[in-house]
Design a protein. Structure first.
Length: 278
């Protein structure tokens, strides 16, 4: 799914010399995201595009969603974790999780559910159930209308990537939100005119990088006729390891600048346990 009006506005900003920053998977690290956006120092006409997976695993997915939803200059594409939340999260389901909800909770959704419940629990420890239920449903509706990709004159912005064996016009959320190896290993450009900027897969897992490459973005060795990389991966893993650099990355489509923010939140075993207490 695309949003033509949104694409027009982003391209107009680029044409006018404004900055469009693309940020990889946030995964619930609200303080880190806000620090990175502050460091970017957005000016009038500038935009931030979040490449999906705003939620899950980290300590405050609820606040990440509210920040993104209520910021005029922040745009989001849908990630596979948003799709899982849309399809499975409900208060009623938490009482007796089916397979879809159990799968989401296991894959980081438990931390998201915890953050929503905490946001709607008063100082006396009482859960504001009706308001919480409304908030969950409203956010699922917002997530569901997010585009799966953004196509600009020189760029494609997508959460996971594209299947090189399927025509671009026929790609679905199955490919754009989930694909890994076939896209990463493509030997020809997915789009001969555009560089694909994506998240989803930690850059240390991409061809040519390794565990010593924590925090580095990835440039495909496949080139467009312009000499630009056919794909750029920017999920530098703000959440993955306790003992490795945890970094959130912003990439500027206007001038290829990179700005990074180390994880702000304390994220040790105790913090992880607290984030997953429903």
């Amino acid at each position: 799914m695309r949003n033509v009006e949104l694409e027009f506005n982003l391209q107009k900003s680029l044409d006018e010399g404004k900055n469009v920053w693309v940020i990889g998977d946030v995964h619930g690290f609200n303080k880190t995201l806000r620090s990175l956006v502050e460091k970017i120092d957005l000016q009038e006409g500038d935009y931030v595009v979040l490449l999906g997976d705003l939620i899950d695993r980290g300590p405050n997915s609820y606040d990440v969603v509210q920040f993104a939803k209520n910021s005029e200059n922040i745009i989001c594409v849908k990630g596979n974790h948003e799709k899982m939340m849309i399809e499975s999260f409900s208060l009623q389901g938490l009482e007796s999780p089916g397979i879809d909800l159990a799968t989401w909770l296991y894959n980081g959704g438990l931390a998201t559910a915890t953050s929503y419940i905490n946001a709607y629990t008063d100082k006396s420890g009482n859960e504001l159930t009706e308001l919480l239920d409304m908030a969950i449903n409203e956010d699922k509706i917002w997530m569901n209308q997010l585009p799966s990709e953004i196509v600009l004159d020189k760029w494609r912005l997508v959460h996971a990537g594209y299947d090189p064996e399927i025509d671009l016009d026929c790609q679905t959320d199955t490919e754009m939100l989930h694909i890994r190896k076939p896209f990463h290993d493509a030997t020809e450009p997915i789009d001969s005119q555009r560089t694909v900027v994506f998240g989803h897969t930690p850059t240390v897992s991409l061809p040519g990088l390794n565990k010593s490459s924590w925090g580095k973005i990835w440039h495909s060795s496949v080139l467009l006729s312009s000499g630009c990389s056919a794909a750029i991966g920017i999920d530098t893993c703000v959440f993955h390891k306790l003992d490795a650099p945890a970094v959130l990355t912003a990439y500027n489509l206007q001038d290829n600048r990179i700005i990074q923010q180390s994880r702000v939140e304390l994220w040790d075993k105790k913090a992880i346990e607290k984030a997953n207490e429903v």
